[in-house]
Design a binder for this molecule. Structure first.
Ligand code: GLP
Length: 239
């Protein structure tokens, strides 16, 4: 893993925005994998503030979405992305790949997503956050992991960390979600994982230096040949 440590979140986010914009200029039809959560917010802000780039050919696939939450709901990850990136950057709906948590058949929806990613030629650059329990996307720790896009049961801590999207009420956070699988993520040509804040320091250490284990799904990134881990000083403090 290529480790980059930054003085603060702002510098990290600016550097990642520069990398993404450089790749968009070099490859206008870049296929990007994108995360939600609190960690990427300053990165999306940095992209919005950057000099204009042509996003008309860029295609995106987000990692995950809540089951039972419609794309039009303000609590959906789809709405988060529209607010933070797609709207401001003018990414057209037809270039946005997203899981629909209210599809009539969720298993068919997961299969459709895998086909859509394959038809796009796979993901060129996958940007990831990491859950405090080591999840990536909604691939939660457990006795086994899913290779492909699937329906995932969310752990209590994961639901709690997503409560802000549901008015701070954990009971309103769905108990399940749809998520890219581990192979879907690991088949991306390049991966960048971002983690900030002291609360992530322990899991960052386990991800980078611990054994590869389903108890820390992000530890499987050790198997990928092209991973960059971007950390602020606090997240890097226990390496
Ligand atoms: C969420 C998302 C993940 C995200 C992670 C970390 O539940 N499903 O894709 O990376 O948890 O979130 P945060 O950045 O808010 O800590």
């Amino acid at each position: 893993m290529n480790i980059q440590i930054f003085d603060d979140v702002r510098t990290l986010s600016a550097e990642l925005a520069t990398r993404v914009l450089t790749e968009v200029r070099l490859q206008p039809s870049l296929v990007l994998g994108l995360p939600t959560g609190r960690t990427p917010l300053p990165f999306y802000q940095a992209l919005r503030a950057a000099p204009a780039a042509d996003w008309s050919l860029v295609r995106t696939f987000n990692l995950d979405e809540f089951a039972g939450v419609s794309p039009g709901s303000p609590a959906s990850y789809r709405a988060y992305m529209q607010r933070e990136l797609f709207g401001p950057m003018g990414v057209a709906d037809e270039n946005v790949g997203f899981l629909n948590g209210t599809a009539a058949d969720l298993d068919a929806e997961c299969a459709r997503y895998e086909r859509a990613i394959a038809a796009a030629g796979g993901i060129d650059l996958m940007i990831l956050g990491i859950g405090a329990n080591g999840h990536i996307g909604f691939n939660e720790p457990g006795p086994d992991l899913h290779a492909r896009t699937h329906r995932a049961q969310l752990q209590p801590g994961t639901r709690a960390s997503n409560a802000a999207l549901f008015g701070g009420d954990v009971s309103r956070v769905p108990e399940s979600a749809l998520s890219m699988g581990m192979a879907t993520i690991l088949q991306s040509k390049a991966v960048v994982l971002i983690a900030t804040g002291a609360a992530k320091a322990g899991v960052v250490r386990a991800m980078m230096n611990g054994r590869i284990t389903t108890s820390v799904p992000a530890s499987f990134l050790q198997l990928h040949p092209c991973v960059t881990v971007m950390l602020d000083r606090e997240a890097a403090s226990r390496r």
